[in-house]
Design a protein around this ligand. Structure first.
Ligand code: ZN
Length: 218
């Protein structure tokens, strides 16, 4: 009898091991499912093997472009529980988007066939804080002023009141919206594709308290 129970358990275990990979309706759904696993403390760390990188040697086919902050607390592959070859990642302090970043996004869209972009801001962003604490860069000589000036432009776009400048979160979210608008209007590559719904851009905010990614702009 015990032998039968053992064999039956073994059969069930083998069946579980052979489960088909989950199919997702969209890149966003796939990313959000990964974020849920990360938040729950049960990441599966997909696509991290040496065999995976060997498989990718001939070329990559990432399913999402993530424009995020360079902050060490916001690594896209970890917070979305993805692996090698899954995400085309562009990271700058404050997730700002200049010519080089835009060129990288266009490369991933045109040459890698990537159709989904997330502009990802996060709670307590140091670059945004730097702008709020010192918006006047007149006497600043380091290159951080370039980042602050970029965020200043976005601040004008969203007409944040003086009082709001003390609310880092509002500025972080305005910066996300600014990034989304910038990509939606980027000529000559992105705007036509986005207008035809061949490429999608969304904005998202990463919460440092619980690791949740919340979609803020669609
Ligand atoms: Zn940041």
């Amino acid at each position: 009898m015990k032998t039968w129970i053992f064999l039956f358990s073994f059969f069930l275990l083998c069946t579980a091991c052979k489960q088909e990979p989950v199919k997702y309706d969209s890149p966003l759904e796939r990313l959000m499912a990964g974020n849920k696993r990360f938040m729950a403390g049960h990441p599966v760390h997909p696509d991290e093997t040496l065999q995976r990188i060997r498989d990718l040697k001939k070329g990559q086919d990432p399913f999402a472009i993530i424009v995020g902050c360079a902050d060490s607390r916001v690594p896209p592959e970890l917070i979305f529980d993805q692996g090698l070859g899954d995400i085309f990642s562009i990271r700058t302090a404050g997730n700002i988007i200049g010519d080089y970043e835009l060129g990288s996004i266009e490369y991933a869209v045109e040459h890698l066939g990537c159709k989904f972009i997330i502009v990802l801001g996060h709670e307590n962003c140091g670059a945004i804080k730097a702008f709020i604490e010192n918006p006047d860069t007149t006497n600043q000589h380091d290159h951080i002023k370039n980042i602050i000036e970029y965020i200043s432009e976005e601040n004008e776009e969203h007409s944040l009141a003086e009082a709001d400048k003390h609310q880092v979160d509002k500025a972080v979210k305005a910066n996300i919206t600014h990034g989304v608008h910038l990509l939606q209007n980027a000529q000559p590559v992105l705007k036509p594709l986005i207008d035809k719904k061949e490429v999608t851009v969304v904005g998202a905010y990463y919460d440092l308290d619980n690791g949740e990614v919340i979609i803020t702009d669609k």
